[in-house]
Design a protein around this ligand. Structure first.
Ligand code: GLA
Length: 692
């Protein structure tokens, strides 16, 4: 998987279907060589070195195509300030080490005590290349200021045009896919909010403007980090495109003390020759095989009480909902916000993690026993990183929150952020979470995070930039310890919906709450964007009430289910307001979901169709599941068949429900006939089995 040519000082990574190569210049600068289709070492050595056509005194001779730019006029991946004011880095190559698919290149600055390791790791079963950087102060003098420490920089070959895909959004409208020409100059995608964000997500895809769902070359990369981040793309006047990315937004710095090491998160890259569909499927496979902690499990159908009760939680009310949830087939009952402290609204109680005595006079065990008696697992909502000023915790520890000296503390949702970078805060959180989980046999935590950072600082620290990074590390550490000590515990990542979904949080959680917006029409677009990188088995999707509380839209129960069945199905409506007929229909649909779950959650995902008729197809071994959604219809419009993907053209497929037999070749070329009624918001679920 890793080859090295010592004469030419070139390393070549070969993944199952792609290659990546880098080399060392005579002066020790690591230089990008190739990222794309497979090459041999000899071919990689023959890749012509790009030179800026102007080649003038206004270009930097060492800057171009650097593996991690530290100098020149484009965006720098590493920006340092040495004691005495020296800046930039002049590399000295010190050697390299290979351990299986992991290459470490050891470099040093020529005159300052800074050692840099460039890490690259490939796996035998996916095309993703993981990259990260380790910086070490090897001296004993003054600290080295790290003004920017990116994980990796990526460069694509020259393309006739450059198109950028990424997602934007907001609370309730996350993961909106954008696909636009990459502008000339620099484009910054970033989060300054302390979380990966609703408004953006730390990944990019680049193609030449002609790639489609199943064809065309696509280069992409995704960052494994759950806090603030920055990805800077640079489309140069010479029509070359590269980008650099890592943790922290501009201004987040790190003072590297003598002997100290800073390791950046992984910024993983993927080249695929088979379009956006192939790109997404490869990311899904990578996340399942190398990121998620328990990917081989199937995620249970959960019921969540939030939309039914809000803060009006009572033991009796929860038990009633649990009974109804069990009736429709839920396997996991999750009690949401409102169970602890003085939590009757969002104005108080966060931080006081003991059951509210008025709501649970005898504690949680009565409810948990009832949930277990009904045959379900029990989960509970927590928001460990937050505190309401109106709480006993804040009254005792007002100094535990992120804050700036002399500045107002901005309240968002009436809460402040606890500084998880402080060991005593992380220890406090671990302690109560550990007691909660162990003391009540809790199977599942919905770990929420409901406000962006403002005035983030830690008065008294000489290095204020650190809090942004240390907070995220503190959260990771608490999650990791809980998982290690409670191997059966499963965690849902949530930040006001999908505000913290990334490869970093998915390494220690099992699913993510995709959006607080559960309107099925809006969800089709949200889920479309989510699935560009993140796999179905992590995408929590609930069926809730109609009309919808945010949009007021009324939608058929079946349509709401068919949209949510394209993820990890849950139910989040007020079941006590559903009619007996609706609950019976829900129970039928939940039973069907359980039957198709192995295919949906563990199969290969293909996106289908174009609006107004779109869908999702999942293939696992001989089984195929198709979910189709048509938003609107027009009288007289001819029926549009949905063309399937990824099937064997020579095989035949039998419809499990009707017995009809289809040729794979016909399904691929002409599509699946769907008998949808002529109304709006119609949907279909088709199960096929390959028969020969
Ligand atoms: C966030 C979550 C919701 C719910 C509320 C509770 O908004 O995304 O699902 O848990 O908090 O306050």
């Amino acid at each position: 998987m890793i080859e090295y040519d010592p004469q030419r000082r070139i390393w070549l990574f070969s993944t199952p279907t792609t290659a990546y190569a880098l080399g060392l210049d005579d002066d020790g600068t690591p230089r990008h060589v190739h990222w794309g289709r497979p090459l041999t070492l000899e071919q990689a050595a023959a890749v012509p070195r790009f030179r800026d056509p102007a080649d003038s005194s206004f270009e930097h001779p060492r800057a171009d195509r650097a593996e991690l730019p530290v100098t020149g006029f484009g965006p720098s991946a590493l920006q340092v300030r040495f004691p005495g004011g020296g800046q930039e880095i002049e590399w000295r190559y010190e050697g390299h080490a290979v351990d299986g698919g992991h290459l470490t290149i050891l470099l040093r600055d020529r005159c300052h005590p800074l050692a840099v390791e460039l890490h690259y790791r490939v796996h035998a079963d996916v095309d993703v290349l993981e990259r990260w950087t380790v910086l070490r102060h090897t001296g004993d003098g003054a600290p080295i200021e790290l003004l920017r420490a990116d994980s990796a920089s990526w460069a694509v070959p020259h393309l006739a045009a450059y198109r950028l895909s990424h997602v934007t959004g907001a609370w309730g409208s996350e993961f909106r896919l954008r696909r636009d020409a990459a502008p000339g100059g620099e484009t910054v995608l970033t989060s300054r909010r302390g979380v990966s964000g609703h408004h953006a997500n730390p990944w990019v895809m680049i193609d030449d403007g002609a790639a489609g769902e199943e064809h065309g070359e696509v280069w992409s990369s995704a960052l494994a980090w759950s806090g603030s981040w920055r990805i800077t793309l640079h489309r140069s006047p010479a029509e070359r495109l590269c980008w650099s990315g890592g943790f922290g937004h501009e201004g987040v710095t790190w003072r590297l003390e003598p002997g100290e090491t800073l390791e950046t998160p992984v910024f993983a890259g993927l080249y695929r020759p088979d379009g956006f569909g192939g790109t997404s499927r490869s990311w899904h496979a990578y996340i399942a095989r190398h990121v998620l902690p328990a990917a081989s499990e199937s995620r249970p159908v959960l019921y969540n009480s939030w939309e039914a009760t809000g803060w009006a939680v009572t033991e009796e009310g929860q038990k009633r909902l649990a009974g109804l949830a069990a009736e429709v087939g839920a396997e996991l009952f999750v009690m949401d916000d409102g169970w602890f402290g003085a939590r009757d609204s969002d104005e108080a109680g966060l931080g006081d993690w003991t059951p509210n005595p008025g709501k649970f006079p005898a504690g949680l065990d009565g409810l948990i026993a009832e949930v277990h008696r009904l045959g379900m697992r029990f989960g509970i909502w927590v928001e460990p990183e937050m505190v309401n000023p109106d709480s006993d915790l804040y009254r005792a520890h007002p100094d535990w929150v992120l804050r700036q000296p002399d500045r107002r503390r901005t309240l968002l949702r009436n809460q402040l952020v606890l500084d998880f970078g402080r060991p005593e805060v992380a220890a406090w959180a671990h302690d109560w979470l550990d007691r909660l989980v162990a003391g009540h046999a809790i199977d599942f935590l919905k770990w929420d995070m409901n406000r962006a950072f403002t005035e983030a600082g830690r008065p008294g620290t000489g290095d204020p930039g650190r809090v942004w990074i240390e907070h995220v590390r503190g959260v990771y550490e608490v999650m990791d310890r809980l998982r290690a000590d409670h191997p059966r515990l499963r965690i849902e990542a949530c930040a006001g919906g999908g505000g913290r979904v990334d490869l970093g949080v998915l390494r220690r959680t099992d699913e993510a709450w995709t959006s607080d917006n559960t309107d099925a029409v809006d969800r089709i677009a949200i889920q479309h964007g989510y699935g560009q990188i993140y796999p179905t088995r992590t995408m929590a999707a609930w069926v809730t009430d109609s009309p919808h509380f945010l949009t007021g839209r009324e939608l058929p129960l079946r349509f709401r289910f068919h949209v949510a069945m394209a993820g990890v199905l849950g139910v989040g409506g007020d079941l006590s307001r559903w009619s007996a007929a609706e609950r019976a229909e829900a129970a039928e649909l939940v039973a069907i979901y359980k039957e198709i779950r192995p295919v949906v959650q563990h199969g290969v995902h293909h996106r289908l169709g174009e609006p107004p008729l779109t869908g999702a197809q999942y293939v696992a071994d001989d089984r195929v599941v198709v979910l189709a959604w048509r938003l609107s219809s027009r009288f007289g419009a001819p029926p549009v068949p949905l063309r399937l993907r990824g099937l064997d053209p020579d095989a035949r497929y039998r419809d499990d429900d009707t017995g009809a037999v289809h040729h794979g070749a016909v399904l691929l070329a002409h599509g699946l006939p769907l008998e949808l009624p002529g109304t709006d918001h119609t949907s279909a679920l088709v199960r096929l089995t390959r028969i020969a």
